[in-house]
Structures are given as C-alpha cells and as structure tokens.
Design a protein around this ligand. Structure first.
Ligand code: ZN
Length: 553
C-alpha cells in the first residue's frame, strides 16, 4: 500500500486548509480550516466532510487562524475524539478563537431561523455550537518547535517556526509506505515575511520528497521595507491624522495585527515620535488574544520594548465591556481607535466607522488586506457613502492605507523559502492561493530551473495523489465534485451589492425626477430583454494542464 495525499481545502481557494494523508497504518489530517469568502465557497462548510472523522487517528495543526482550525469543532461534532497536536501558543489562541467562531455560527443560525420563522420554515442549525468548540478544545495536545514526535504508528512529525503569527508552524513529516520506504514531506502552513516584529524569519530543513507551499501572494511583491521604515510610515500617518484634529480609526485583525500595532504605537510613544491622547483597542477577542501574546512574550524576537512595557503604555485602553466601548463615541479627536474586524464587515469597528466617517477631520487607516465586497474594501475604494447598520453614512473622513503590515510572505519571499527547502524529489504542490497567484508562482519556479513543469502541481479540491518516494504514481479526481469550480472565484451577491450602490448614485446625481423615471424605465426594458436571451456558458478559469495532471512543461 502506498501513501495518498488528499486535498480537502485550500486547493483552488485560499481558505479551508485541510489535507488528509492515508497510509498503511492509518490516516490523519494536517489542518481542518473553515472556508471563508463568497457564498459558494462558504457552502462547503455545511456539506458533509469528504471523509469519516471517526477514522482519523490525529490532527496536526499548523496555526490558530480560523481558515486552518475553524472546522475542528465540526470534526468533533461528527465523532472525532483523538488528539489535535499544535504548539503551546496555538493552543492558547484556540482557547478564545474557537469559542468566538462558534458564537458567530450560533448567531448566524439564529438570524437565519428568524428569517425562516417569518416564512413558517424549520429553524436553522448552526454549523457547530459553543459546546462543540469547548469539547474540541479538550483534545489539544502541545508540541515544541524542533522536536520529533511520533503521533501514530508509521508517522514522525516535527514543527518549525513559520514566522506568520504567534505559534505558527511549518510541519515536517515522515510517513512509511507499505514497502518500508519513508516518504518525507513538508507542509509550509502560512509563511510570514522576513521583516516581522515578534519572530525570526521562517525556518525549516531542506531536501524532501514532497513540499506543499502556500501561494497567497504568488506574483505579488510588497515594497521593500525594514521594521524601522514601516514604523516611520505609521508615525507619519498618525501625526498627520492627529494634526487633522479628529480621531484615527484603524480596522485591525484581533490576532497578530492588533498586537503588532500596539507594539509599534507603544514604541513610537516611548520615543516621543507621536503623542495621541489615548489609544483604544476595542475588541473583547483582541483583548484576550493580547493576553495570550503577553503570556508567550519570552518566545519573541525583534521586540524593542521591555517585558513590562509591551502592550502596556499608560495611554493604552484595552476595552472589553460594551459600556466602555460606547463611551468612546463621545471622543471627537486626538484618539487612536483600533477595533476588529480587520475588514470592517463585523464587530465594534462598524460603530467607530459610523461615528467617525462623517467627520471631515477624522482619519481611517487600513493596515490589512480588504476582501472584495467587505465594508473595508468599499470605503478603501473611495465610496462617498456607505451603508452601516442600515444607515447611509457619508464618507467625509480622510481614508488612507498602509500596505506594509502583512503576516504573509510576498512573491520573492515565497520563492526564497522554496529555494531553501529544495530539492523536492517528487513534487512541489502549491496550495492556499487563488488561481492567478498559484499560476504566477508556478511559472516563476519553473523559470528558475529548480523543478520541471510536471513537478509543480496545482491541486484541485478533493484531488488525491498517490505518493511514492520517486514521484507521483497516480492522481484520483473526486467522483462528484463538492462545488462547481466555476463558482469558486465568482459570486453574484458582491456584484449585486456594488451594482445597487452604483445605480443609487447615478439616480441621485440625475437632475430631475422625470429623467430618473425615464432611466429606470429604460433599464427595466433592457433587463427584461436580457433575461429572455439564453445564458452563455460559465467561464472556467481552471485549466487541466496546471491542475493535477502533469503537463510536461
Ligand atoms: Zn494564517
């Protein structure tokens, strides 16, 4: 019997990381992440798992991000009771992240139930409950960087610092096949950039049979910067915002970004480079996560603040209670307000944006990626008006973006990481990226001559590769795809939202009611005509040559 590697997530999408290895002595998972993004992709969370959770011997977890760990409670719900192996800081983060994810699932189900109730339909069931999350947490087992463990018969594993977020790891694996051969694999997890506060650059050994590498930023480069240069850019943004007289609002992810900002802002205050009146981190989750960072701060590198100074300036207010959060509304200037979510599509940040966007002297600073269709992306793209909690809010504040904060390696850094890990005698699989990014990274790797075209594989969802030490012995495609691939990267609901916003602007700017009525009549007639004509076949961006099947390039 051979070793088979199954791609159950992050294959054709960025999210939902989940790989399953079946070997002569059992089977196990690497990551079990939630699918995030457009509606079609999120549907995958609700569909049955493509394997029996009761037959999985153990789970190896690369890091605590929800797109890597967010389906662990679902795994528990469907009968999984074995070990979930991770670093100690990852276990610390999951303590808060899994219940938070369960809370979101429960409130989404409640909202859906209310909607169904009005139609007289059955109540909606959450993907999983708080109880599933809390029970799943009991199965955490921790491991240290650099130490071999034997999680089950025929399998050895070792965790390496991936420099991405607190506790993040790349996982090295040795799996015995039926002929006594050992297959050596490396799973990158998510890889951090070289210039990052808290951690050294990502680390792992070289020389494997198979390497799996993430490709989130394939083909995309960030400006070169050092930690000092980035802090200087932040200083300039903060000083300009304070000079405008209003507040500075920063949407920030609860994990890692909030703590990086607290570190950098604390350092700038200590050095007298900025002088805000108060700095708020208004998010119960970010507050608890900051506690975990404090607990493991002895593991940090590249930190310029002492243990008692870190996240601890007298001007900092780390806010959990609703009352305290509401009190921030009264502050009209001189404060830095950081809050989650990072893309402003949920959480308390929406209140702060509603209060401050309308003020011409306020500033909104984006420090992270804003996915298409999120409130953050709509504000960032220059909308003059946005909808928040069913109110239309005019955007009068200054809106800026700072691109240098990232937890991900860019194209050159991914290339360097791969080069340092080669050779990959069998193949290199590129995962965790959109098609364009994966294809760009693939072309660049082949161009450098490190690997042949048929050795750089872009697997698709639920593809199964039979691995031998000398190379891939076969590829099995799923009998019935769990999702229509043409829908993975397109979704009508985002396009609809932006169409409606554009239409309402157009009508508002039209000079007379008579003209408005005639535009609407023309549009209605055109829509009725278009709806009658047959739909063209969907555009499928995926080409078989680069997905799974060796192309001979
Ligand atoms: Zn991640």
């Amino acid at each position: 019997m051979t070793v088979t590697l199954n791609f159950h997530g992050a294959a054709g999408t960025v999210t939902g990381s989940c790989y399953r290895i079946v070997h002569p002595q059992g089977q196990f998972l690497i990551d079990c992440g939630l699918f995030q993004g457009n509606k079609s992709v999120r549907q995958l969370n609700l569909k049955p798992l493509p394997f029996d959770p009761k037959k999985i011997d153990f789970v190896l977890l690369t890091h605590a991000h929800i797109d890597h760990a967010g389906l662990l409670p679902k795994l528990y719900k469907f009968g999984y009771r074995n070990k979930m192996i991770m670093t100690e800081p990852t276990a610390g983060l999951l303590e808060f992240l899994l219940p938070d994810a369960a809370g979101i699932q429960e409130s989404e189900a409640e909202r859906e139930t209310r909607k169904r109730g009005r139609r007289g339909d059955e109540p909606a069931q959450p993907l999983y409950t708080m109880e599933h999350a809390i029970e799943a947490l009991k199965h955490r087992v921790t491991t240290k960087y650099g130490e071999w463990i034997e999680p089950g018969p025929g399998v050895r594993a070792r965790y390496w610092n991936a420099g991405h977020i607190l506790g993040s790891a790349s996982i090295e694996l040795e799996v015995k096949n039926g002929d006594g051969q050992t297959i050596r694999l490396l799973f990158s997890g998510d890889i951090g950039p070289d210039e990052k506060v808290f951690y050294l650059e990502p680390d792992a050994p070289a020389d494997f049979d198979y390497i799996l590498c993430e490709s989130t930023y394939g083909g995309r480069e960030r400006d070169d910067y050092t930690l000092g240069q980035r802090r200087e850019a932040l200083m300039t943004e903060i000083n300009e915002a304070l000079k405008r007289g209003g507040n500075l609002v920063i949407p920030a992810f609860a994990v890692e970004r909030s703590q990086e900002l607290l570190h950098d802002i604390g350092l700038l205050i200590r050095d007298g480079a900025i002088s805000p009146n108060l700095v708020f981190l208004d998010s119960p989750l970010a507050s608890r996560v900051t506690g975990v960072y404090k607990k493991y701060q002895s593991m940090f590198e590249d930190v310029e603040l002492g243990a008692d100074e870190l996240f601890n300036d007298p001007r900092f207010r780390i806010v959990e209670s609703v009352e305290e959060s509401k009190a921030i509304n009264a502050i009209r200037g001189g404060a830095i307000i950081m809050s989650a979510s990072g893309m402003a599509d949920a959480g308390r940040i929406k209140h702060h944006l509603r209060n401050n966007l309308i003020r011409a002297n306020a500033t909104v600073l984006f420090v992270g990626y804003q996915a298409p269709g999120t409130l953050g992306q709509i504000i960032q793209s220059g909308a003059r008006e946005v909808r928040i909690h069913s109110d239309l809010v005019p955007v009068r504040a200054t809106v800026h973006s700072l691109g240098n904060y990232s937890a991900h390696a860019d194209h050159s850094e991914l290339m360097a990481w791969i080069k340092d890990r080669l050779p990959a005698h069998g193949a290199l699989f590129l995962t965790h990226g959109e098609d364009e990014e994966r294809a760009a990274l693939r072309s660049a790797i082949i161009a450098t001559g490190g690997l042949a075209g048929d050795q750089v594989i872009l697997p698709l969802l639920d593809d199964a590769f039979e691995l031998r030490a000398e190379g891939v012995a076969g590829v099995r495609k799923p009998e019935a795809p769990r999702i229509d691939l043409s829908q993975m990267s397109s979704d009508w609901s985002n396009a609809y939202a932006s169409f409606i916003i554009d239409l309402s602007h157009l009508l508002k700017e039209t000079e007379s009611d008579a003209r408005r009525l005639s535009i609407m009549a023309a549009l209605k007639a055109e829509l009725a005509e278009t709806a009658k004509t047959p739909t063209p076949p969907p555009i499928v961006r995926d080409s078989g040559a680069i997905h799974g099947e060796p192309s001979g390039e």
